[in-house]
Design a protein around this ligand. Structure first.
Ligand SMILES: Cc1cc2nc3c(=O)[nH]c(=O)nc-3n(C[C@H](O)[C@H](O)[C@H](O)COP(=O)(O)O)c2cc1C
Ligand code: SF4
Length: 674
């Protein structure tokens, strides 16, 4: 048996777990009408089959009707959840993993216009900044009803066969009661620590009575809110001891910070560029001082850190949650001595940001996650070997080459630059986003393992491609930043990419006009502001940087707010003219006719990219399919129709400007059937 600390079994009460690696609860928004149907089940099953010790399903599955789903939470207040959950549990059990579920009442962390339009409740009138409800402080009948709801939900989960239930306190109703920052109730549920913890303890008692001693019960709570007036470490420890002494709780899942704002949330769940495992020592301290089994997850993205967490006794079970969204096969790869093959979580937090915007959790560079039914993680070998030529070694091209290599095809990649990476390499030049290069490095290493041949520093013409006698050609030549959107003065402006690449020196008084609304404008703003420049970021949109979602915005604001950077929304840049040694920006609006100009010494335009597709159009007439893609076949996962001659495809930004996930997804679903 291995002596790897991560692979040692662990006994949690009566439950024996096969190793120490778990996925903590995370609502991926894969539910269908609030039910964990096939997409949900297959997602967890993938991890279970690959060896994870326990899957904590759901994230804050809703126990009450007045806890409406803000990110497609499961609706555990419905009886119909039982058979769906039963199937998920049975399948994961058969694969050897334990299954728990996290239940919650969101309290004020929701909206009143979701679900049944019931009033939102909390222990305060104050709204949570991240949501817009101004809640009603709970009345006695609310409290009695909600405790009953928790017990009913727990009974349903027992019927579904789960091994345990975790109650999420942190930031949700239970914690809104526990924290002095959000509890303005009178006794017996407000005031002293015991009073504030009463709802949690009354609820756990009701659940225990209903489900008996055989089910694991755990609490996930913010042991230290890291905010004046909030739960501090002393109170957090006292709470832990209250839970321990109740004799009803089997483990603690340790969180730190708050989740009521995006910045607080990133301190709990750090994004790329932030420290790894920032609260690990803290979790270890709670484990020692409270003396209970401890689970903890907070940016433990790699096996070495996870191993350290367990080996040093900081945690009993280590959560690698986003890491498993990037690669569900981590445990299998550890067992097989293939740690180098693990697809790295680069901390982009595209996954989490998406659910707060109403989308499904998708990994920026693993399009199979959440699409297990249609885009399995394993690539099957092809029946017939074909010569595949890929042009461009950005994320799309590298993924095409990797997938073709996995299929067993001989692959040649042409790339004009001396290194792979395209726009991702440029992005990764910002120190804070340096981890993005993991998207490229992992694919390059996989391609090398698969024998893909690279021709760097090569501008491929149609003849070069045809000289390879290809069966399939994939054009992934990406795009070039465009600034051509002004009525006058396009030649006077630079692109955000010019600033990022260093081709243009940052100016002193700069207007950044942002049409694309993506990272590039903010990255450029950061470069200019850090060089001492004054920056105005202007957009015609209603909000600035609409493509940079909540948690991803945090590092930018932390870098920019103490510098001379302003944001102007709902205005348009129409033209730029020379005015002596300065530039005159002509400002327009979609709302009214304006007569407005302003002076700057540099104007930066961020308007996305235009496809670089000359090679595609040169090859199109001589290709067998004339570049056409059968969308029904693509979406259904069937091969593209056979043709005389070679098949020609265009993917990623070479088709139109989209994002990294879209580029990689284009490549995966097309090439996996080649
Ligand atoms: C898409 C997504 C949804 C999440 N939803 C929840 C949730 O509902 N409840 C919860 O306690 N934690 C939730 N989390 C937090 C995770 O459990 C975990 O604490 C966090 O991702 C940090 O661990 P990691 O760095 O290993 O990913 C979510 C995380 C992600 C990525
Ligand atoms: S989107 Fe980023 S943070 Fe989320 S799982 Fe993928 S690589 Fe990790």
């Amino acid at each position: 048996m291995s002596n790897d600390p991560l692979l040692q079994p662990y006994r949690l009460k009566h439950l024996t777990l096969r190793n120490r690696i778990i996925t903590t609860s995370h609502e991926p928004a894969y539910g269908d009408d609030g039910m964990p149907k096939d997409r949900y089940r297959l997602y967890h099953l993938e991890r279970a089959k690959a060896g994870v010790a326990m899957v904590m399903t759901a994230g804050s599955a809703s126990v009450s009707r007045d806890s409406p789903p803000v990110f497609s939470n499961l609706l555990v207040w419905k009886d119909e959840v039982v058979p769906w959950m039963r199937r998920l549990v049975d399948d994961c059990h058969e694969a050897g993993a334990a299954v728990m579920i996290q239940l919650s009442h969101l309290g004020r962390r929701t909206r009143w216009d979701k679900g049944d339009w019931l009033p939102v409740i909390s222990a305060t009138h104050e709204r949570e900044p991240a949501h817009r409800a101004t809640p009603k402080p709970a009345e006695d009948w609310d409290i009695a009803r909600i405790i009953r709801d928790y017990a009913d939900a727990a009974e349903r989960m027992k019927a579904a066969g789960v091994d345990g239930i975790e109650f999420l306190c942190h930031g949700h109703l239970l914690d809104q009661f526990m924290s002095p920052l959000t509890n303005s109730l009178p006794a017996p549920y407000g005031g002293s620590l015991e009073n504030r913890a009463r709802l949690t303890l009354d609820m756990v008692a009701a659940v225990r009575e209903r489900v008996g001693p055989e089910i694991i019960l755990g609490l996930r709570y913010g042991v230290d809110e890291m905010e004046p007036g909030g739960i501090d470490i002393e109170e957090g420890l006292a709470l832990g001891k209250l839970f321990r002494d109740s004799g009803m709780v089997d483990y603690l899942n340790i969180n730190r910070s708050r989740i009521h704002t995006d910045p607080a949330m990133t301190d709990l769940i750090p994004v790329q560029g932030m420290r790894s495992a920032p609260h690990l020592d803290f979790a270890g301290r709670i484990r020692v001082e409270v003396g209970m089994p401890v689970i903890h997850a907070s940016r433990i993205p790699d096996v070495a850190t996870a191993r350290h967490a367990v080996a040093t006794g900081q945690v009993d079970l280590v959560g690698m949650t986003r890491a498993h969204m990037a690669d569900p096969h981590i445990v299998r790869k550890i067992v097989e001595g293939r740690e180098d093959d693990i697809r790295p979580c680069v901390g982009a937090t595209y996954c989490l940001d998406r659910i707060y915007q109403g989308g499904m959790a998708l990994c920026i560079h693993n399009p199979s996650t959440g699409r297990e039914a249609t885009q399995p993680h394993q690539i099957e070998k092809a029946g017939v070997r074909k010569k595949v030529v890929v042009v461009g070694a950005g994320p799309a091209g590298l993924e095409a080459a990797r997938v073709a290599g996995e299929r067993g095809h001989p692959v040649v990649v042409f790339e004009v630059a001396d290194k792979p990476g395209g726009q991702v390499r440029l992005t990764a030049q910002s120190k804070r986003r340096a981890e993005m290069i993991g998207i490229i490095d992992w694919r390059l290493a996989q391609c090398q393992r698969l024998g893909v041949e690279f021709r760097f520093n090569t501008w491929a013409e149609a003849e070069d491609v045809l000289a390879e006698a290809p069966d399939v050609v994939v054009i992934a030549t990406g795009g070039m930043p465009t600034t051509e959107l002004l009525a006058e003065g396009n030649d006077l402006v630079v692109s955000a990419w010019d600033i990022l690449s260093g081709d243009a020196k940052p100016g002193e008084n700069v207007l950044i006009y942002d049409e694309a609304g993506d990272h590039a404008a903010l990255q450029a703003a950061q470069v200019i502001a850090e060089a001492g420049g004054k920056v105005e970021v202007m957009t015609r949109d209603r909000t600035f940087s609409p493509e940079v979602m909540g948690m991803n915005l945090v590092p930018y604001m932390r870098a920019l707010q103490d510098k001379t950077v302003t944001f102007t929304v709902t205005y348009r840049l129409d033209a730029v003219r020379r005015a002596g040694n300065r530039l005159e920006a002509v400002i327009g609006s979609d709302y009214m006719k304006l007569d407005k100009t302003q002076l700057h010494d540099q104007v930066v335009v961020n308007a996305g990219t235009q496809p670089l597709a000359d090679l595609y159009f040169a090859l199109k007439p001589v290709s067998g399919n004339r570049g056409a893609v059968d969308y029904d076949a693509l979406i259904d996962g069937r091969p593209q129709p056979a043709v005389e001659g070679f098949q020609l495809f265009r993917i990623g930004d070479a088709v139109e400007a989209r994002n990294t996930h879209a580029a990689i997804y284009d490549a995966l679903r097309l090439v996996r059937t080649v």
